[in-house]
Design a protein around this ligand. Structure first.
Ligand SMILES: O=P(O)(O)OC[C@H]1O[C@H](OP(=O)(O)OP(=O)(O)O)[C@H](O)[C@@H]1O
Ligand code: HPA
Length: 177
């Protein structure tokens, strides 16, 4: 393990993630078909890597948008969403798929769904690589989920601890040393 990390245990390998991403993309391809354009809204920074891999498995015409929100310090949500970049303004009349790395308390996705409800998108769905149903504090449900996991804090494949470890190609549980 690099970067002076405490104890970690690999939860999903690079291959696990690759295979699961293909399966989610196949479902999305089936649901949307190949005719209509899909706007893939990647929530930065966490979903950068998953979003990039997911879109390369999509078969319909896609447009990529990004948004940057931030609410975590260390392993806990501050309870406040910091909207770092403005909401995309050109979603009216389009199918929009929000791509997240993780739904934990659900605060971030709840916030985004509320904000984007005003966007006049034809449809608004959520795809999250990870979901922690036992940690939800908001009434949210992703339409596409890669893996359902426990409440443990995880890192890697875009997921960070104070900005670090996003580059790990796998997802690992973080446990105190
Ligand atoms: O369901 P929640 O409890 O809101 O947690 C999920 C959010 O937390 C992380 O974002 P973070 O604020 O850490 O910013 P980051 O994407 O830059 O890591 C993650 O990328 C999700 O957006
Ligand atoms: O478990 C997590 N890991 C990394 N970032 C996160 N943001 C919410 N939950 C997590």
């Amino acid at each position: 393990m690099n970067n002076n990390l405490m104890n970690v245990g690999v939860l999903f390998s690079e291959l696990d993630i690759k295979e699961r991403t293909k399966i989610i993309a196949q479902q999305i391809n089936k649901d949307y078909g190949t005719n209509e354009t899909l706007v893939v809204l990647i929530v930065l920074h966490g979903a950068l890597i998953f979003g990039a891999d997911l879109v390369r498995n999509l078969e319909m015409p896609t447009e990529i948008e990004t948004i940057r929100i931030k609410s975590y310090e260390g392993t806990a949500s501050t309870g406040k969403i910091n909207l770092v970049t403005p909401l995309p303004t050109s979603l009216a009349g389009k199918h929009v798929l929000i791509v997240e790395d993780i739904v934990d308390t659900g605060r971030s996705i709840h916030f985004l769904l509320n904000e984007l409800a005003k966007s006049e998108a034809i449809s608004l769905k959520v795809c999250s690589l990870l979901d922690k149903p036992e940690a939800h504090e908001f009434p949210v449900k992703a339409d596409y989920v890669g893996f359902t996991i426990s409440k443990n804090f995880v890192i890697g494949y875009g997921l960070d601890l104070n900005g670090k470890y996003r580059n790990l190609p796998y997802i690992a549980n973080l446990t105190k040393a």
